[in-house]
Design a binder for this molecule. Structure first.
Ligand code: ARG
Length: 460
């Protein structure tokens, strides 16, 4: 006996090959709690429309509750004969209610149901993603606060550029995560529209109340157009964009940890609990979490391009192609659910080698720009100052020394403007304290940023 949701006009059952291609219950079963919530709202609306009497409504709601419980504790599971989550749950309802269970399908279609379920699932899980993002932002901010005052080589082209505070670099990553949080709450405004009531595509001849259903399910409104309601997957694509961008941000953070924990940098050591070993080389301690952040961003980007390709040129309204929307969405949610807590643990337990950072910061002529700007304050045109400091660097490079190793005679030989008082900016500390613009790496600006970031995080 079959509980397929269609079949009246067919002379036999589906071919095995069709059934195997068509089945989605092995992944869309994740939608069961949301489908049941939609069913409860729909049952109430059918009652108000006079299509279920009070006793029937009561039995229906009881059966839905029991089914939900049975799903949660594993007493009810989908079988290979259930095409999708909707089919499986209708079977569960029929098992509990007999013929009465067949009344709930009035006025709705899997097309508006599945679009609703996926929105509910995503709005729910986006909150979990946001929470994990907050945790990571907090872990980075805590490390920034702990290491306030520790200098680091600021890099461009992965070469020493100018001294920065290590905290400034950590907080730069926090800024992108805070934008991601903002993107998630903005996304939710457009995701908060309920497709239920659209039916297959044209609405219903039954006196349903889509706005009441929308409100009951926590949506802000029902869809304004029933065709759009069942066709629109912008919310899934937009979510995947946000997920892909989060992935990109995590990959950049991950890459920096790969560098920082390398022998060559030696800035950071990972806690043993957040590093992995090698099956052959006993000495190895590898930053696998950081590498998986890099790697899994590729997968998240792929999900976005995959869904956009599915949607491209798809005629309205529902097409079965749309069944392909779910796996990328589920995988994006689950990938971030694995990645973010691991990164948070890695960041919050890392050990920062302050001595290495302090020794490394002034090297590579990192103070050259500070000398040039010192000359500018003396009235030298920047173009000339740039040339003068360039000549100083060339002298150092030839001699194999750093700028502050040059003698007063060296300085005077290169330019009469370079009197010994230039040594005030030939220190990392002086260079950092000279950075006073808002948003800069100067100690005051970084302290202000830390405050701002902390306040923003607290609001989430
Ligand atoms: N399982 C389908 C999906 O995920 C919903 C079923 C709609 N099927 C149909 N023939 N209209 O999109």
């Amino acid at each position: 006996e079959t509980t397929r949701l269609w079949g009246g006009r067919f002379s036999g059952g589906p071919a095995e090959a069709l059934a195997r291609l068509s089945v989605s219950v092995h992944f869309d079963w994740r939608l069961a709690p949301y489908d049941l919530a939609g069913s409860r709202a729909h049952a109430r609306v059918l009652h108000r429309a006079g299509l279920l009497d009070a006793t029937e409504l009561d039995k229906m709601l009881h059966a839905l509750d029991d089914l939900e419980q049975a799903c949660a504790d594993g007493r009810f599971t989908p079988t290979i004969d259930d095409e999708d989550v909707h089919t499986a749950l209708e079977r569960g309802l029929l098992e509990r209610l007999g013929a009465l269970g067949g009344k709930l399908r009035a006025g709705r279609s899997r097309n508006d149901q599945v679009a609703t379920d996926l929105r509910l699932y995503l709005r729910d899980h986006a909150r979990g993603v946001a929470k994990s993002l907050v945790d990571l932002a907090q872990a980075l901010t805590d490390q920034a606060e702990t290491h306030l005052g520790v200098p680091a080589p600021g890099m461009t082209h992965l070469q020493h550029a100018q001294p920065i505070l290590f905290s400034h670099q950590l907080l730069a990553h926090v800024q992108s995560l805070l934008r991601d949080l903002d993107r998630l709450s903005d996304w939710d405004k457009r995701a908060a529209i309920s497709p239920l009531g659209a039916g297959a595509l044209a609405g219903s001849s039954l006196p349903l109340d889509p706005e009441a259903v929308a409100a009951e399910l926590g949506f802000t409104n029902a869809a304004a157009n029933s065709i759009d309601a069942v066709s629109d997957r912008d919310f899934a694509a937009e979510f995947l964009f946000v997920a892909a961008l989060i992935g990109v941000h995590l990959s950049r953070l991950g890459e920096e940890f790969v560098l920082w924990t390398s022998q060559e940098f030696g800035w950071v050591t990972l806690d043993d609990a957040y590093a992995t070993g090698s099956s052959i080389m006993p000495q190895k301690k590898n930053p696998d979490i950081a590498e998986l952040s890099r790697g899994k961003s590729g997968r998240l980007i792929g999900h976005l391009s995959g869904l956009l390709a599915t949607l491209k040129a798809l005629p309205l309204a529902y097409d079965r192609d749309l069944q392909e929307d779910k796996e990328p969405v589920f995988d994006a949610v689950e990938t971030l659910g694995l990645l973010l807590p691991a990164l948070t643990g890695m960041v919050s337990t890392m050990r920062v080698h302050t001595d290495v950072l302090e020794a490394s910061t002034p090297t590579g002529y990192a103070l050259a720009t500070d000398v040039a700007e010192w000359l500018v304050r003396k009235g030298v045109a920047f173009r000339d100052a740039h040339e003068i400091v360039g000549a100083l660097v060339a002298r150092c490079a030839k001699r194999g020394c750093e700028l502050d190793d040059l003698t007063d005679d060296d300085l005077a030989e290169v330019s009469p403007h370079l009197d010994p008082s230039v040594r005030s900016v030939l220190s990392v500390d002086g260079a950092l304290r000279a950075r006073t613009t808002p948003g800069s790496t100067g100690p005051d600006a970084v302290a202000a940023q830390l405050k701002q970031v902390t306040t923003t995080i607290e609001k989430h």
